[in-house]
Design a protein. Sequence first.
Length: 82
Amino acid sequence: MATGFKREMKVTQEEMAEAKVPLNLRDYCAHHFIPLMKCRKDNYYLPWRCKKEKHAWDECEFQDYLDRVRQKRQQQAAAAED
C-alpha cells in the first residue's frame, strides 16, 4: 500500500442508512455487511445459512486490518528516516 493510497467506499452513506448499518460498522467492508445482515434476517439468524456472506465480510475486515497495519508501519518508517 503506497503512502498516498486512498480507498473508496463501495456503498454510499444513504445505502448504509437505508440498510440500518450501525455507525461502528460503516467502514470499507460495509458492502459485505449489508448482504450478510439481509441473509441473516431472511434465514432467522441460522448461522449455517450465511457462511459465504460471513466469510466474505470477515475476510474483508481482516484485509482492512492488515492494510492499516502496513500503512502505520510505513508511516513509522518514514518518520524514523526524518
